[in-house]
Write a protein that binds this ligand. Structure first.
Ligand SMILES: Cc1cc2nc3c(=O)[nH]c(=O)nc-3n(C[C@H](O)[C@H](O)[C@H](O)COP(=O)(O)O)c2cc1C
Length: 213
């Protein structure tokens, strides 16, 4: 934001981009133009990151065959995990089918990962875990930028956290570098649904320690 922005402009930006964004899970079939996809990633990498190491990584997936391969590999793992949990067989198959449909029916999927390759290294677990958390936080900020940018471009997008449960499956199915740690799959496309915002009141989540609003 530059110094010329006044409070009204800021409010407009906030309402349009932040309050207007929703997780959109159903899309029109039309593809996302490549320059818009690039714009999403340019927005993502504007995010702040710990030590400015930019640990985020992205894999852009558009072809049906690749989405299908990814979805099937994830489905095998999802089925096995839920069978181990002794869940109902029919419910498992519905879950697997729903997950696959979410992926293959999205015109654009962006796998968001992080790498620890350039993050600091420590001999103790406390600082190592804190450093990993910083990479996760940084990557999540990039993902939020991507979601906001998608909304700004008139696209809908949503996060699927399933890759977190099967990171090695993702690396193998997409042939990614082995140090990439999958964080989420963001599905993107032109919206085919509308959503309302549902949020707790600020009084539930914020403590004003020095002044009442
Ligand atoms: C870390 C994270 C993981 C999420 N994982 C999923 C997911 O696996 N599947 C899904 O449908 N939505 C997922 N979401 C989207 C949330 O369900 C959604 O943000 C929430 O319901 C609020 O709705 P809104 O984004 O439209 O405001 C995830 C969101 C975040 C931040």
């Amino acid at each position: 934001m530059n110094m010329e922005c006044n409070a009204i402009d800021l409010q407009d930006v906030t309402v349009t981009l932040l309050a207007g964004r929703r997780s959109i899970r159903r899309y029109e079939a039309r593809p996302v133009p490549l320059d818009i996809t690039t714009g999403l990633l340019e927005a993502a990498v504007c995010a702040p990151s710990a030590h400015n190491r930019q640990p985020w990584r992205f894999a852009v997936i558009e072809k049906f065959e690749r989405k299908d391969k990814l979805a099937r590999a994830m489905g095998v793992r999802l089925r096995a995990d839920r069978m181990r949990d002794h869940d109902d067989a029919e419910a498992i198959e519905q879950d697997v089918a729903r997950s696959r449909a979410r992926i293959v029916e999205a015109p654009l999927c962006i796998l968001v990962a992080l790498t620890m390759e350039e993050m600091d290294r420590y001999p103790d677990s406390l600082r190592s875990e804190a450093e990993h958390t910083m990479a996760v936080q940084s990557t999540a900020m990039a993902m939020q930028n991507l979601l906001i940018a998608a909304h700004g471009f008139g696209l809908g997008a949503s996060i699927m956290c399933a890759p977190l449960f099967c990171p090695e499956v993702i690396v193998s199915a997409l042939d990614l570098p082995s140090h990439w740690q999958a964080q989420a799959l963001v599905t993107v496309g032109y919206p085919a649904q509308q959503k309302m915002i549902r949020r707790r009141p600020l009084s539930d989540v914020a403590l004003f320690l020095d002044r009442a609003p």
